[in-house]
Design a protein around this ligand. Structure first.
Ligand code: F6R
Length: 614
């Protein structure tokens, strides 16, 4: 939520900041703005709407060349997305400019205090109070760094703040609490950003910041302190992907590119995690075998697509380990006073590692002394850092707002975890584990096969361009796939879509079925108890009521032919791993339908990539 960039060095700050914002626009795109330090003043511009509006305004009215600046792309929380509410916000004397990600919870109180002193607010935002407070401090003689420390001590809530002082062109100062911020370390230049993508074309050397820290960058160096000014040593890391990973590579959308990257993402996420005999090796887990053996309950917590990955994981983990596994939406978790003990393993799944709801859930779990394991795609993000253990997914940067390869690799990480627990606890024979590992190793090819069949899915999407509603049915591990298919369609095509457990249909939702309503049916593999046949009955029920059935079914299964209006074939897989292949056509369908409807697939309306507010 909101992308932030800060720069000081030798290049054009405007160019570095705008390029950085372009790569962070997935975080929010309601408005954008920049502020640059120029000869003792702040110059800049800000515009409602996408970054393109700001860029157009800057082309028409160029700013002077400067080498120090900040910028912001917004996902609105306080106040509608107008020019006035866009960041940066300035103090009354226009000396300090600040950009902000998060929510300052005590802003009303601070605003009252400032207004009582005669300050007139010019926006509806919580951020503006920080600009006035910082300016008050520097006018009183503090450096911008000291001002930031003092102001942060007074702020409550979640925030990343990045600020410049017109009278101190050499530094940009930032602070973070419960909101992302990384430092890019260059030669004679340094960068601040919500995410490394903003500066990856300039440097791959970065510093991670902890909670409640203030960082000052100059062209020559970086200094980090806590909010009391005590020096702190940041953790350095090297980004293991490069600019090409953050570009579209000839695809029309990042999302489509990321769907097509899935075979590689699966292979990368499996790499080095098992030996040739199929024995899992998850040394990075940082949890002892004793701790894993004593686990008597698993609670998976996550939001949105990551939650659906958790629902699939439940089927696999319970089957392989016999440990009871609950899956809980992170924003509901702590409010129901869950039963957590030292032997509960809480698994937090988050692509970004910054989702505020999930972060709060794991903090609650740790307060109750449960062990927390993160499954995350972002190195050094807050959720893995605050967890006892972590399995990183190696999907590479996911820029499209709708998660695709993130979901796919979350599934892989969940399977690896389930198998590892089964290995450590001896609930599966080594040969059984090896068989699943071998099948996992075949999944990149099976997913690639699905991608080769994209044209038939695209054609279907074009045919259904005017559908007002689409349903998705699944059973067992196919049920979360149905939910995920519906979510993708809602968020990208903006049409009504719902996923159901097929067995639930007759308990109510079947009333929704009417003539020609498209219904996707994800069919379990043959031979899995009675599931397959039960699913066939479900299809017949909807078809008898006039629905148009689109059946996602394994190769060679012709039992569905009489009941299918459209058949999408998927490679034969075991029941528990089938979601990896079955979800691909649903991703492609949503991407294409949104494209033909003329929507911005990478930046769907009202959404943002990482939801850093609760
Ligand atoms: C949907 C989507 C979201 C995220 C959810 C959690 O396509 O991307 O539902 O899955 O906001 O995000 P992370 O995984 O970053 O915690």
């Amino acid at each position: 939520m909101c992308g932030i960039v800060g720069y000081v060095g030798e290049r054009s700050a405007e160019r570095v900041v705008i390029d950085g914002l372009r790569r962070l626009e997935y975080r929010g795109y309601d408005s954008a703005g920049v502020a640059l330090v120029h000869e003792g003043t702040l110059v800049g511009d800000k515009k409602a709407g996408k970054l393109a509006n700001l860029v157009k305004a800057l082309d028409e009215t160029p700013l002077p060349e400067t080498t120090t600046g900040i910028g912001h792309t917004r996902w609105a929380t306080h106040g509608p997305p107008t020019d006035g509410n866009a960041h940066p916000h300035l103090g009354t004397e226009r000396r300090v400019g600040v950009v902000h990600n998060g929510i300052i919870e005590n802003f009303a109180h601070l605003r009252g205090e400032l207004e009582a002193e005669g300050v007139t607010m010019s926006s509806d935002t919580d951020t503006e109070v920080a600009a006035h407070l910082l300016e008050r401090e520097v006018r009183g003689g503090a450096t911008l760094t000291q001002a930031m420390q003092a102001v942060c001590r007074r702020l409550e809530g979640a925030f990343t703040l990045v600020a410049v002082d017109a009278e101190d062109a050499d530094r940009v100062v930032a602070a973070r609490r419960n909101s992302p911020l990384v430092v890019g370390v260059g030669q004679g230049e340094n960068f601040l950003a919500s995410d490394v993508a903003a500066f990856i074309e300039h440097t791959r050397d970065a510093l991670e910041l902890g909670q409640d820290q203030v960082v000052t960058i100059t062209a020559e160096g970086v200094e980090v302190t806590d909010f009391d000014g005590v020096a702190v040593e940041p953790t350095a890391f090297h980004v293991d992907w490069d600019l090409s990973a953050a570009e579209k590579d000839g695809f029309d959308w990042f999302m489509r590119k990321e769907i097509f990257e899935q075979p590689r993402a699966i292979a990368d996420s499996l790499l080095g995690r098992h030996d040739e005999a199929g024995r899992l090796q998850l040394d990075e887990l940082r949890m002892s075998v004793e701790d894993l053996r004593s686990v008597d309950k698993i609670i998976i917590t996550a939001c949105g697509t990551a939650f659906y990955a958790g629902l699939v994981a439940k089927y696999a983990i319970e089957h392989w380990t016999r440990i009871p596994c609950e899956v809980e939406l992170a924003h509901e978790f702590r409010y129901r006073d869950p039963i957590l003990t030292r032997d509960t393993l809480v698994v937090a799944i988050s692509q970004s590692g910054e989702t505020a709801d999930t972060l709060m859930a794991i903090r609650h779990a740790r307060e109750q002394h449960s062990k927390v394991l993160a499954i995350c795609n972002t190195n050094g993000a807050t959720i893995p850092r605050e967890s006892d253990a972590v399995i990183y997914t190696h999907a590479g940067p996911e820029i499209g707002v709708a998660s695709t390869k993130g979901f796919m690799t979350q599934l892989i990480a969940c399977y690896l975890l389930g198998l590892y627990l089964a290995q450590v606890r001896g609930t599966k024979y080594a040969e059984e584990i090896r068989d699943v590992v071998e099948e996992l190793a075949q999944m990149p090819d099976r997913v690639a096969t699905m991608l080769e069949r994209c044209d038939e899915v695209y054609e279907l999407a074009r045919e259904l361009e005017d559908a007002g509603s689409v349903l998705f049915l699944g059973r067992h591990a196919g049920f979360p796939v149905a939910l995920e298919g519906a979510l993708k369609l809602k968020e990208l095509a903006y049409i009504h879509a719902e996923g159901f457990a097929a067995g639930e249909l007759k308990h109510g939702p079947i009333a929704l079925i009417e003539k020609d309503l498209p219904v996707f049916c994800v069919i379990p593999p043959r031979g899995r108890d009675f599931l397959h046949d039960k699913m066939l009955s479900g299809i017949q029920e909807v078809r008898a009521r006039g629905a148009r059935t689109i059946v996602v079914v394994e190769e060679g299964d012709d039992t569905v032919v009489p009941y299918a209006d459209t058949i999408i074939r998927i490679p034969v897989s075991s029941t528990l791993l089938q979601p990896l292949a079955a979800v691909v056509p649903l991703q492609l369908f949503a991407c294409e339908l949104a494209t033909v409807k003329g929507h911005d697939v990478d930046q769907p309306r009202n959404l943002a990539k990482s939801v850093t507010v609760e």
